[in-house]
Design a protein. Sequence first.
Length: 184
Amino acid sequence: MDERSTIDYILAAVVALGAIAYFIYTQKRKATLLTFPVSAGTDKNLENDLKVELTELHQQAIDLAKASGTILDESKQSIKALDELLAKLHSDYKNGSLTDKQVNRAATAFGAYVGTLFTRYEGGAWFLSTAPGTNSPMPAIQFGEFGEAWPMLKVKKAIVNGPEDAILPYIVAMQRNQKKDNGA
């Protein structure tokens, strides 16, 4: 790779990461990991509100990825592309380019994407639950007889800790647990 193409590559990466940071910064949605909206009223209202919110967050993830040059096409294979994007966000986080609030917003959107794909392809259902080590309810997935997962927390770990907390191995582990719970 010559010096000119190296500079072009670096400039493209900076522009893409800047687009991600700008998109996160300008989002008007206030959903974060610690203050996910909980509806008053019936369980049916809560279920409907959660579905609407997760659908919006899922679309935000697709739009955010697209703004950075990553295509999330809702296929199982798109998790690899998401892991690559999360590795870039991890680099930004380590360099101090992302605030905790921006990390939470990205984790919420991309966690909704991961959870939606899992429930679509593997089964399971979204519900609100307080994750271990947290104080507020947040979306979780119930799968199999005993399996529970918090995709938003896992995505946050991937952004903060890097590839050691990649999403693809997490999905594989959830699939294994689901098969075990179902007696397979």
